[in-house]
Design a protein around this ligand. Structure first.
Ligand code: FAD
Length: 426
């Protein structure tokens, strides 16, 4: 019998397994895919191994930065100042420096002043104090109705996929505050890092370390969970694995649908994503990050990856968060590629595609709804001896590799405590 079985081999599962191993617990990681790393995995494009969803690292991603350091990869972090822009009315508007705001034509003078006032007030607000409030109410109060309609509402629709009145203000505030915290010298572009060679390098080191004391099974989708008198029986890939405790990192909607012999329900909804990583014949004349506010575009962000890290190819991501039942999420990859390519050409003129990797997911991010806190209330105590980690458990913080590593470590600490209590009681 394992002390702990960890469901899912993304970064939250790997971090949980590492902490369990360090705490002396025998553990098994069950991963459905053919590799570890989850949403942070890399795929091949134009002969390079690059994250299939764009991934950058921020200075306050402390759990991830510590892990990179512990795995001996700190020297491979490439920090760069990056810039962002908005695309609207068939024009590109840089939007990183104070002078960009002055030149931002969609805003009148009053909008510009309200925008500054809104940013300032968000600095002195705590995300926790906004739980239960809608992002629309909060933005209209501090930024004004015009800024809300011209910029914030379309951005929120792109990013969160639900009406802005349903988005939790606390979550949006956390994202805005995170953005200002990464500003170079307080006013310039954002300081971001890329792990040279991609996150797969970190994943491989973690896997090597886990191989010294934990077990990992790939291509082992968990299919059922059964409560037993000593703990749980986890059914995966045709085998059954007994465990004293379980750490779940699967999306809560997946977990809630597993056949079980106990009650568990989840209201948490997920948003999907369709992302195309393109290698182009020529470099793109775009900043690192472009938010698409232009209505009718198939993708909502363009990430000029060639400006972050060292890459041989001219790499660019076009991506959109979408409702989990959107046709683009189940469409054949070449359909996504052609649609995105058409819109990219509308935006910047002719481009020649060298290679493309399309990645689709129905569970790219939980929807941080206005009542999200209630939806996940007391999650760690809902099921005896099951602890939760991953994207669904980091609210109100941003969903990042770093925050899910922290969630895995916290879930492992709870599991170790429980195992110790069981050992004392035996
Ligand atoms: C488009 C996009 C861009 C992003 N950009 C960034 C960024 O710039 N910076 C950043 O830090 N973060 C970014 N993220 C977020 C980051 O990737 C995630 O927060 C993180 O990878 C989540 O890790 P996780 O382990 O919680 O979940 P996942 O990575 O989703 O891992 C869950 C694992 O469970 C496995 N699984 C599913 N079902 C089963 C089953 N039945 N049995 C066994 N295993 C199963 C999956 O295969 C997967 O490996 C981005 C995410 C997306 C989608």
């Amino acid at each position: 019998m394992y002390d702990a079985v960890v469901l899912g081999g993304g970064y939250s599962g790997l971090a949980a397994a590492r902490s369990l191993m360090q705490g002396g617990a025998g553990c098994l990681v069950l991963e459905a895919g053919d590799g570890l790393g989850g949403a942070g995995r890399c795929g091949p494009v134009a002969g390079e191994s690059v994250e299939w969803f764009y991934h950058h690292i921020k200075p306050h991603d402390t759990f991830l930065l510590d892990l990179i350091d512990q795995m001996g990869l700190a020297d491979s972090l490439l920090w760069q100042e990056t810039f962002m822009a908005f695309y609207l009315g068939r024009r590109l508007y840089p939007f990183s420096r104070p002078q960009d705001l002055i030149r931002f034509a969609p805003f009148n003078l009053a909008d510009k002043l309200r925008f500054c006032a809104g940013m300032l007030s968000s600095r002195f607000t705590q995300s926790q104090n906004l739980a239960g409030m809608s992002a629309k109410d909060w933005i209209v109060r501090h930024w004004g109705r015009s800024v809300y309609h011209k910029m914030m509402a379309p951005m929120m629709r792109n990013k969160f996929g639900i009406p802005p009145e349903r988005v939790c203000a606390g979550f949006l505030h956390g994202r805005i505050k995170g953005l200002s915290a990464t500003k170079a010298k307080g006013v310039g572009g954002e300081m971001l890092a890329y792990l040279d060679g991609g996150l797969d390098r970190l994943t491989r080191r973690l896997a090597q370390e886990l191989a010294t004391g934990a077990e990992v099974k790939l291509q082992s989708p968990v299919t059922a969970l059964e409560r037993t008198k000593d703990g749980y029986m986890v059914h995966a890939g045709g085998l059954s694995h007994p465990a004293k405790v379980v750490i779940n990192t699967l999306p809560l909607n997946y977990f809630a649908k597993l056949p079980v012999n106990f009650d568990f329900d989840s209201q948490v909804k997920y948003q999907g994503a369709a992302c195309a990583l393109m290698a182009l014949a020529e470099p793109l004349d775009l900043p690192y990050w472009t938010n698409i506010l232009e209505p009718g575009f198939s993708f909502k962000v363009v990430v000029n990856q060639s400006l972050l890290g060292r890459h041989r190819a001219n790499l660019v991501y076009c991506s959109a968060y979408l409702p989990d039942d959107h046709p683009l999420i189940s469409a054949p990859a070449d359909q996504v590629r052609e649609l995105y390519l058409k819109d990219l050409r509308t935006m910047i003129g002719p481009v020649e595609l060298v290679d493309c990797l399309v990645t689709q997911s129905t569970v790219a991010t939980p929807v941080f709804d206005v009542d999200y806190r209630q939806q996940t209330h007391d999650l760690q105590n809902r099921l005896h001896n099951v602890f939760f980690a991953g994207n669904a458990t980091i609210y109100p913080h941003s969903r990042t590799v770093s925050s899910v590593i922290g969630s895995g470590q916290r879930a492992a600490a709870l599991a170790l405590e429980r195992l110790e209590a069981q050992a004392r009681a035996a």
